[in-house]
Design a protein around this ligand. Structure first.
Ligand code: URA
Length: 233
């Protein structure tokens, strides 16, 4: 059982005082019953409504965002728009941050959470979560590049984990790339080693969890518990 004012403060990103004000104004319901006391407690799986609209009652939130170009993968953009800025206010939480970065000009799947342990597991090299990208290239790749990707290439003396690459068009200027690590500018640098420039890059999958194709660029939605498991498959 948790105090309702504490849950409201956490879920709505407001102060406890504001949360208690909402209760006094009769705006809060638990399982269909209006909350009368600011001291009321609530079961962990209860349905909580604010002004008739259900809110999540989870300790942590997990959000899938379809990142557009020009947005920074950070919680503080120092004046520039960040992925956290794109999350609507009613989904925002204190401590929300992206678990893994995409370059400013890369689009696609960014996972945002306030769960530090999960973020650590996603980012930890020992978990090797596959990340799948679609790369559009300025010239075709050849078999030598494929071998280098699949064999675990050396980049500036660093030996990379094996990656996979598959052509998505006959000219081999559009490729699906699967990485098992997330080094700085990794996809772009791997192609650059072979004289190829990545013109467009989009992340479409993390683990076995695919970016929801119904999300327009800049849109986000919660990730369900079942979907979360797919991250580690
Ligand atoms: N590799 C890159 O080069 N850029 C990204 O944003 C992600 C992977």
């Amino acid at each position: 059982m948790t105090r309702i004012d504490k849950i409201l403060a956490r879920e709505l990103n407001v102060s406890r005082r504001d949360a208690r004000q909402f209760i006094k104004q009769g705006r809060i319901m638990i399982n269909g019953v209006m909350v009368k006391s600011v001291d009321e407690k609530c079961e962990d799986n209860a349905e909580i409504y604010v002004d008739g609209k259900i809110i999540s009652n989870n300790k942590f939130v997990y959000i899938m965002l379809n990142k557009p170009k020009g947005v920074i993968s950070a919680s503080d953009g120092k004046g520039e728009t960040t992925v956290v800025d794109l999350v609507p206010d009613d989904m925002k939480r204190r401590g929300l941050f992206p678990a893994g970065r995409l370059d400013k000009d890369t689009t696609g799947f960014v996972l945002l959470t306030d769960d530090g342990t999960l973020a650590h597991n996603i980012l930890s090299p020992s978990h090797h979560i596959d990340k799948t990208y679609i790369a559009s290239l300025d010239k075709p790749f050849d078999d030598e590049l494929v071998e280098d990707f699949r064999g675990g290439m050396t980049l500036n003396t660093e030996e990379l984990l094996e990656a996979d690459i598959e052509g998505l068009n006959e000219e081999r200027t559009l490729a699906k790339v699967v990485l098992r690590q997330g080094l700085y500018h990794q996809v772009k640098r791997m192609f650059k080693k072979h004289g190829i420039t990545v013109v467009e890059l989009k992340r479409i999958k993390m683990g076995s969890l695919e970016l929801d194709e119904n999300l327009a660029r800049g849109e986000c939605r919660y990730i369900t518990e079942d979907e979360l498991k797919l991250l580690f498959e």
